[in-house]
Design a protein around this ligand. Sequence first.
Ligand code: ADP
Ligand code: MG
Length: 354
Amino acid sequence: MCEENHTSRPPFKRRHLVFVTAVIVTMALSLQGCNLFTEDDEEPVVRETFLLGTLVRITVHEWEQGTDVEGALDETLVEMEKLGARVSVYEDESDVNRVNESPQTPIEVSEDTLHLLQTALQMNRETEGAFDPTIGPLVSLWGFYTGDYRVPDSEEIQHALQYVDASSVQVDPEARTVRIKEGMQLDLEALAKGLAAQRAEAALTERGVTSALISAGHSSVHAVGDGPGGRPWKIGLIHPRNLSEIYGKLQIRASEAVSTSGDYQRYFEENDTRYSHIIDPQTGRPGRTIKTITVLTDDSIIADALSTALFLFEPQEALQWADERGGVDVVIMTADGAVLYSEAIEDRLQLEDD
Ligand code: ADP
Ligand code: MG
């Protein structure tokens, strides 16, 4: 979770990506080693691409005899790119943009988009509305789609809030259509990386890869098989105020997924206040209680959605929410720098100043 760039970064459309990708890849390489590491760092095969607004890296450590690893990686990245083109708000022709461009009309979408949207709506119900796939008008108002950041006034926020309403999205699973109301804007970015990781896992496994790690920017890591030699993977938890350092290491096993949401991934500052890209659908303003939260669970889509949603909770409530739901563990650094974590992961979490 310590790849990608370390400054606030606006999302870019695909046609603007070539230069940006080069810069980010260079930075990622200079940070290499602080994110993914195993006990014995053998030479893994690494491949990177820029998709879903972030740098995706696949690190392959072990494979069945006769596997064409390079070929498997090529095909996996093509599948991930196709997925991104269907679901991302940053891709002009995506399902999400087609729905957004034609309010009041049922628009046919892909299975992937339908699945993500249905999961997003379920997450909305489970997190008391904190996760909201209709957050678009607010993300737009604060300038996070274009990078033209600004702090809107209360009136503008109230106006945008009228159009943030997950309960009014109409989904017809049989016809595979989605309809939104005028003024609304879907955004599935906060859980789409999770589906991309699942897709990559399936593609790599099918082609003979037995041990690999898939990571998306600072935020998601998905394990394919155990680490080299059957050992657990060790994931570095990036320090939200010193991005070249980690504040802890977390061990994960085959098929586990880890997702981090923080106020250092995409943000801007004005008058000494930091405004991050995760926006509370209740207040219309960025969350302020947590600096970074890492969620560990067995499903990478759920992990991705929950790190975003729980980022907006009070830290103690996020911890309690995870505890009550079961199968979800968290590590949180609060706004004042305290670290809280689920009891169940005590023996696989190593904090740096322990
Ligand atoms: P990252 O993309 O940095 O990994 P997240 O997975 O937490 O971070 O997703 C953040 C993105 O999700 C934002 O950039 C925005 O597009 C969208 N988003 C912002 N607030 C919410 C929210 N409350 N619910 C769902 N999606 C959100
Ligand atoms: Mg997320």
